[in-house]
Design a binder for this molecule. Sequence first.
Ligand code: ZN
Length: 338
Amino acid sequence: MRIILIFILMLHRIATSSPLTRRRALGLALGAVALTSRPSLAQTAPLEVVATTGMIADAARVVGGDHVQVRALMGPGIDPHSYRQTRSDIAALARADLVLWHGLYLEAQMEEFLLKLAARSPVVAVGEAVPESARIAHEDYEGRYDPHVWMVPELWGAVVDRITEALSAARPESAQLFVANAARYKDDLARLNIYAKDVLASVPEPARVLVTAHDAFGYFGRAYGYRVEGIQGLSTESEAGLARIRDLVDLLVSRQIKAVFVESTVSDRNIRALIEGAAAQGHEVIVGGELFSDAMGTPGTYEGSYLGMIDHNVTTIAAALGGTAPSRGMDGNLSAGG
Ligand code: ZN
């Protein structure tokens, strides 16, 4: 209605003005009409995507480029096992053109809500792209799997493919671009995987033991030949018993393990208990660094990207356990002293 009024006003101005102003005003008026009647305007707006974890959001941004606008619900330091959707999350999820979540029971507190939402809008559990044959079974629950598949770039590639499919289904006219972006990104993932293999293999074999706060590194251990021990289980919601702490102290002492690792999304309380326990037996263990287990680093930094997260982890682990790794990581992008 307002546009029509402006148009009429402009026509009036045109009729009563000098020829030069008249031509310019006519152009403006026609431009205004063209703008409001262009049918493709809504289609060229970026696809609104909501992702649960930062790792999924990062992949969606890389693949989608400026054809997508991605919001991650969980920032740095947020534990996905215990995260529950906020009111503003619910609004964003309901409004989104596409929702990408991990699945495999990672977002345990959100699962019920997301499954309900899936009944009425596009909601894709991208972690389930990893084939069952490549998944690690959950020790305690039949038919459940270890969700931490992002720890290995090769497995994450399958998830990137699923994200690419989901974006392409939601915006078919951009599918070619998405596929091209994904192919480039998977080259980066392959290079990161080679780097990880190289630096992790530089650690002497008996020292390839990774002790962390919870069992986030099962896929990592399988891929790179490390014995992996989390104090807590696959979920941070499980409690670590005293017996578990005692067993791990014995392992550290008997294998003369030099370092254990804290995680960005889990309290370091149990890790401190291990260090004290080993010290009581005369064996010094240090904190080898903080690993990004279930969330990436600060947004806008290299560590706040998936590539930086994994680069940081493998570089930190290799250096702390007696291997050789460039201090600034694969391409010299890691922050100093990280
Ligand atoms: Zn976890």
